[in-house]
Write a protein that binds this ligand. Structure first.
Ligand code: SF4
Length: 246
């Protein structure tokens, strides 16, 4: 996200409180490996989820978010095959929603991969009135239990608009805080990870603490720098997304 801010605003200073605050989707899709993968599908149109590095964006034809991925894929011409990266779970969900065959880069988010289906079923049995709401980065077998699937912002809006008062939430639990603040009268259940672990909390996001934000502002570092050629190439598919979404 910090890189995306820099791609869009090259003349502004973009700070990141902790340089190690990465993301498995971005870290496990390196530019060289992705370029090799792409070379096997030279006729494919490449659409990449925004949770990828600037170098991967630079190799893509179009960027999408979890909010607009389905809508954008539906707009792509039928006569051109599509390669989707880097999240295979989101890709599979888009595939189901659009009935388009996608070639998937085999990446995934460690957080959304750790939810336990067994724990989810137990929660559903204990709380039959609760609606299951899920982020499309979750694996298909978990999404099959969901009453509503959407991006983080769509999950929030759905919970607000729904007449239901309790929800089982399948996404990074940071959103639960915001949900509880906005809807104090509603109940939100967090689904634990496999074997009850708490790996469903993103270790990368947790690195950005308030103390580090303060230090970053005091020292005006660490700062994001991008090679201008990469930035310009990465800007094209982002601008294309913005044009296609408007
Ligand atoms: S939850 Fe963490 S690892 Fe997963 S997509 Fe978000 S930043 Fe990446």
């Amino acid at each position: 996200m910090a890189e995306t801010a820099k791609i869009l605003s090259p003349n502004k200073r973009v700070l990141i409180p902790d340089l190690d605050a990465g993301c498995t989707l971005a870290d496990d899709c390196t530019p060289i490996e992705f370029s090799d993968f792409k070379s096997k599908y030279p006729d494919h149109f490449v659409i990449s989820y925004i949770n990828c590095s600037a170098a991967i964006k630079a190799q893509s034809d179009l960027i999408c978010t979890s909010s607009n991925a389905v809508e954008l894929v539906k707009k792509l011409p039928f006569n051109r095959p599509i390669l989707f990266a880097p999240d295979q779970n989101l890709g599979r969900w888009v595939q189901r929603q659009t009935q388009r065959e996608l070639t998937l880069w085999p990446g995934s988010c460690i957080v959304h991969e750790t939810f336990s289906e067994e724990a989810l079923i137990k929660l559903k049995i204990k709380n039959p009135e609760a609606e299951v709401i899920a982020h499309p980065e979750c694996q298909s077998q978990l999404l099959d239990h969901a009453d509503f699937i959407g991006s983080t912002s769509k999950l929030l809006i759905h919970a607000e608009m729904s007449s239901t008062n309790s929800f089982i939430v399948l996404t990074e639990p940071g959103i639960l805080h915001q949900m509880k603040l906005k809807m104090p009268g509603k109940v939100f259940f967090e689904v634990p990870g496999i074997d009850g672990c708490s790996c469903n909390s993103c270790p990368y996001m947790r690195l950005n603490t308030l103390e580090k934000v303060l230090k970053s502002l005091q020292t005006m570092s660490p700062e994001i720098h991008l090679e201008e050629s990469i930035r310009k190439q990465a800007l094209n598919p982002i601008e294309k997304m913005l044009r296609m979404s408007s």
